[in-house]
Design a protein around this ligand. Structure first.
Ligand code: SF4
Length: 217
C-alpha cells in the first residue's frame, strides 16, 4: 500500500518529547485560514511511496536513540488505510524500541477515531483540532488554543501528561528547528504568532532572501 508523504526527517526535537522521527503526510483538504503548511495541501499521486519504504526508513534510525515518532501533515486522516498500515508497523517497533506514537490532526478526537479506527487504536497520543488563527498560540506543540493534546495510553500519559495544558508553558524550551536542504529552508515545530515574519526578517538580515513561503498562496 502507498502513503502520500511530504517529507521524513530525523532527528526531530521540536514536535513531541525527546528525539523523534518525523513523518509528514501529503494532502489536506481542511484549508484552515492561516495554515503555515500550504505546501502539504495537494494530494497528487507523485507524493505516494510504499508504506514499507517509510517503515524501512524508520527501522534504519532505530539505533540512533529514537524516543518516538511524530506523524503530522498535511492531514494524516485523509489516508486512513495507509495510515493504519503504517501504524501497525510502527506499533511492532514500539514494543521493540519503546517508541511512543504521536499524531497531529485537524479533526476532533471523535471524528479522527471514526475515520481512522485502526490508527486511533494504535496511537499513544493525538493532537486534535483545526488551526484557528484567531486563537493562535496554544499549549506546547500546538498552534492555537482550541487544539488539544490527548494521551491515549499509559505510555502517552507518562510522556505527554505534563504538557496537556492549553496555555503556553513558560519554561518550555525553544521549539523550532531549521533544516537547510539544497535551496530550501525547512522549519520544524509549531511557530508562535509572529514567528514566520521574524524568521523571514532574520534570514533577510543574513542575506537569505526567500522566493516563496509555505504560509502564503
Ligand atoms: S493547519 Fe494542518 S489541518 Fe489545517 S490546513 Fe494546514 S495542514 Fe491542514
Amino acid at each position: 500500500m502507498n502513503l502520500r508523504i511530504a517529507r521524513l526527517h530525523h532527528p526531530v526535537t521540536a514536535l513531541g518529547p525527546g528525539i523523534r522521527l518525523g513523518i509528514w503526510t501529503q494532502g489536506c483538504s481542511l484549508a484552515c485560514p492561516g495554515c503555515l503548511s500550504r505546501d502539504t495541501w495537494s494530494a497528487g499521486p507523485e507524493h505516494a511511496v510504499p508504506v514499507r519504504s517509510v517503515l524501512d526508513w524508520c527501522e534504519g534510525h532505530a539505533a540512533d536513540g529514537v524516543d518516538g515518532v511524530s506523524l503530522s501533515g498535511g492531514e494524516p486522516s485523509e489516508q486512513p488505510e495507509a495510515l493504519g498500515e503504517l501504524l501497525n508497523g510502527l506499533a511492532e517497533r514500539r514494543e521493540r524500541y519503546h517508541w511512543d506514537l504521536l499524531c497531529w490532526t485537524g479533526l476532533e478526537e471523535a471524528e479522527f477515531a471514526a475515520r481512522c479506527p485502526a490508527a486511533y487504536g494504535l496511537l499513544d497520543g493525538l493532537v486534535t483540532g483545526p488551526y484557528r488563527a484567531a486563537e493562535a498560540g496554544g499549549g506546547r506543540w500546538r498552534g492555537s488554543a482550541n487544539q488539544r493534546l490527548i494521551p491515549l495510553t499509559a505510555l502517552g500519559r507518562e510522556r505527554y501528561g505534563p504538557w496537556t495544558g492549553t496555555e503556553p508553558a513558560p519554561d518550555a524550551p525553544g521549539e523550532l528547528q531549521f533544516q537547510v536542504e539544497s535551496d530550501r529552508v525547512y522549519v520544524i515545530g509549531v511557530p508562535r504568532p509572529g514567528d514566520p515574519a521574524r524568521i523571514q526578517r532574520a534570514l533577510a538580515q543574513r542575506g537569505v532572501m526567500l522566493d516563496g513561503v509555505t504560509w502564503r498562496p
